[in-house]
Design a protein around this ligand. Structure first.
Ligand code: XMP
Length: 505
């Protein structure tokens, strides 16, 4: 497969570039700056993109890329920081200025195939303090911004843009990246994640030649797709387990198990509700809740291994961004990072299978659709691993947990009825310790406050609160206060991320 490599000068920037390229059917991979020249030397690599990043090119220890990358003769596109790095390397000047932030108009001053499909003036997204004050010799400015900065430049097959084509706010950004890959670099291969299913299945089969493969399913799209691919690869040697920590939404364990059954996967149900709840009761600190859930999970996993002595491999639905972020070496297949479950020699002798390690979330959804998974799983909202524990603010009590569970069900039902549930990123209810006096009948009641949170987002890094119609909010509030007697007030969270996070805890 022909591909483009994206040199990683800042995780989120690089991932967005790779995702946009892949959405256009151009396969892209992320590499660390030091590895870039050797990876890019491969004949399959048709071009290199230098990502943006938070540093200034003059900052001590600012990330750099070896000069050999430019000697390969392959097209290079520097974005923001990447552009400034190119400018400095080739003898131009980068200076600190007033900067440009947000939506900015740029004007094309020299037509170029990279701008095919662009009008002479377009809006782009800028986010820079430093700027290219003087282009290196041999470079031509292709576009300038409304503040007079160089917005794009070129010398031969080396390009630089000051704006961010990878963000959705640059309306024709994806087109620019596609032009670069297809027109400038001549990439012809078309990447479609669903075409990879057979290859991934045969790779699993290669790895899991003997013994059983243990996979923990949660109902999320990643673990479900992982289980289905395993089933395709090794058939009845899959051991799928569902650990019920008691922090799921109403009816969720039953739905997950039934859905997998309909896909031919028998799930072993582990009822660990009391075990988790006993440890979590009274715990107020968020990170402590997460730690307890993680630790208890690991313990149960170790116990399952003794219960299933035939297990030789563990499968996980790890995605590409996690693989890059954890700096894992390609092809490494032993579990080393699970120090939290150490102590058991057998654990270390197990093989790790991560069939989704080269895919982004939206690609996993495409694979899920191609595998015929039900819509409920394909489009399921993200649900945190520690479940409702992070939606109970302050000390965890069974009562608050029940309130969060029942209120969340009402939020989901009413959004579904209004046709909104599928259109938002996440929707739930949270409950804390604060009280609000209510009147129920002719009695004053000291009740709980439930906060409803509905957000829209592309990748959970930023999020906006959803403008849910008043009538829908009214219905939600009326149902929560009438169906959950100990709740006397419902509030709606109208804060974006940042400054808030999505989950309250
Ligand atoms: P925040 O609250 O940080 O969440 O804005 C960003 C996204 O991550 C999810 N989230 C979690 N997922 N374990 C998870 O598996 C966790 O502990 C956790 N905390 C937050 C959150 O639902 C949102 O989609």
């Amino acid at each position: 497969m022909e591909r483009v490599v994206v040199v990683n000068f800042g995780g989120q920037y690089a991932h967005l570039i790779a995702r946009r390229l892949r959405e256009s059917g151009v396969y892209a991979e992320i590499v660390a700056p030091g590895d870039a020249p050797s990876v890019a030397a491969s004949p399959d690599v048709k071009a290199v993109v230098l990502s943006g990043g938070p540093a200034s090119v003059y900052a001590p220890g600012a990330p750099d890329v070896p000069d050999e990358i430019f000697r390969l003769g392959k097209p290079v596109l520097g974005i923001c920081y990447g552009f400034q790095l190119i400018a400095r390397k080739f003898g131009g000047r980068v200076e600190r200025g007033a900067g440009e932030y947000g939506r900015t108009r740029v004007r094309i001053v020299e037509r170029d195939p990279i701008f095919d499909g662009w009008s002479d003036e377009e809006y782009v997204w800028m986010s820079h303090g430093d700027f290219v004050a003087r282009l290196p010799e041999g470079f031509t400015a292709l576009a300038v911004s409304e503040s007079g900065y160089v917005a794009a430049a070129r010398a031969g097959v080396t390009y630089g843009v000051q704006f961010h084509p990878e963000v959705a706010h640059t309306a024709k950004g994806r087109l620019l990246l596609e032009n670069f890959a297809r027109r400038i670099a001549g990439v012809k291969s078309v990447w479609r994640p669903e075409d990879q299913i057979q290859r991934v299945v045969s790779e699993i089969r290669q790895r899991a030649r003997d013994g059983e493969v243990l996979v923990a399913v949660s109902g999320g799209v990643d673990s479900t797709v992982t289980a289905v691919l395993l089933k395709m690869a090794v058939g009845s040697r899959v051991r799928a387990v569902f650990v019920d920590h008691g922090l799921f939404r109403e009816g969720e364990p039953e739905r997950v198990i039934a859905a997998l059954k309909s896909l031919g996967i028998e799930v072993h149900y582990v009822d660990a509700r009391e075990r988790f709840l006993k440890r979590l009761e009274g715990v107020a600190d968020c990170e402590e809740k997460r730690r307890i859930v993680g630790e208890t999970f690991a313990e149960i996993f170790v116990e399952l291994l003794s219960r299933f002595p035939g297990v030789r491999h563990i499968a996980q639905g790890t995605l590409y961004p996690d693989v890059i972020e954890s700096g894992a070496v390609r092809g490494a297949d032993r579990i080393k990072s699970h120090h939290n479950v150490g102590g058991l020699p057998r654990w270390f002798s197990l093989g790790l299978i991560e069939p989704l390690r080269e895919f982004y979330k939206d690609e996993v959804r495409r694979i899920a659709r191609a595998l015929g998974l039900p819509d409920e799983i394909v489009n399921r909202h993200p649900f945190p691993g520690p479940g409702l524990a992070v939606r109970v603010i302050g000390p965890l009590t069974r009562r608050k947990l029940e309130i969060a569970r029942r209120a969340t069900k009402i939020v989901e039902e009413e959004l579904e009825r209004a046709g909104l549930l599928r259109r938002v990123w996440q929707a739930f209810a949270a409950v804390g310790e604060d009280r609000w006096v209510g009147v129920k009948g002719d009695r004053r009641v000291d009740g709980y406050i439930v906060t409803v949170r509905v957000v829209e987002s592309e990748d959970a890094m930023t999020a906006d609160w959803s403008r849910v119609p008043y009538e829908v909010l009214e219905k939600i509030a009326a149902r929560i206060t009438s169906e959950i007697p100990e709740v006397t007030m419902v509030t709606y969270a109208v804060t974006s991320k940042p400054p808030s996070t999505i989950e309250p805890c």
